[in-house]
Design a protein around this ligand. Structure first.
Ligand code: OGA
Ligand code: MN
Length: 204
């Protein structure tokens, strides 16, 4: 995937220097169109109320978040194309940053108007689970006044340091332990993909 090298380079540089990378309008156009078309045509029943944690840790917590999610797999062309792109980024980052990324998981998220995700972290120190978080937005012609921003904080006490509008093809990557973040409500449907890269926690 030669055509990604410029983007992957910028992401790697930002992660190495500041731990966080915002890349507006960055996802390759064909992949972006394919994913946007797919998410718009998915049956509503494929989306389930999001919980906090997966599987056994899974608990519904609509106080913290009110969106719906659908885990991505290889069963359809768009999902397979996404997972292939994620894999190529994982390989690139492992080569350039030695993060030891070993696996990933991805879901679509649908925030209906008014939905939100309160300030949280995607991973906690010492749990050795999620290393890197990535979010991509699938919303054509998003207007600033429609809200739905991702707010990223540099630490627990700071003001929101970075505000990202969920515009079409914007890619956000950050160290999972490093950055509390939250999703503000929007006035229209907001679609995204969230991906987490994990290190192999069976390593010594
Ligand atoms: C998450 C998350 C951010 C977004 O799913 O953990 O923080 O902008 N998503 O959708
Ligand atoms: Mn998150």
């Amino acid at each position: 995937m030669q055509y990604n090298d410029g983007l992957f380079d910028s992401i790697a540089d930002d992660i190495a220097n500041v731990g966080c990378s915002i890349q507006p309008n960055a996802l390759p156009q064909l992949l972006l169109d394919q994913l946007a078309r797919h998410v718009q045509t998915m049956p509503a029943a494929d989306f389930k109320k999001a919980g906090i944690g997966r599987d056994s840790e899974h608990q519904l917590n609509t106080v913290i978040r009110s969106d719906e999610i659908s885990w991505i797999n290889n069963d359809n062309a768009a999902g397979a194309a996404w997972l292939e792109w994620v894999e190529s980024l994982q390989v690139f980052l492992n080569r350039h940053l030695f993060l030891g990324l070993f696996s990933s998981e991805s879901h679509f998220a649908h925030y209906a108007p008014g939905d939100y995700y309160q300030k949280h972290r995607d991973a906690f120190k010492g749990e050795a689970n999620r290393v890197l978080s990535m979010v991509v937005y699938l919303n054509r012609d998003w207007q600033a006044e429609e809200g739905g921003e991702l707010l990223i904080y540099k630490d627990e006490t700071s003001q929101a340091d970075i505000k990202v509008s969920p515009g079409f093809g914007t890619v956000v990557v950050f160290l999972s332990e490093g950055f509390p973040h939250e999703v503000l409500p929007a006035t229209r449907d907001r679609f995204s993909i969230a991906t987490w890269f994990r290190a192999n926690n069976s390593r010594p």
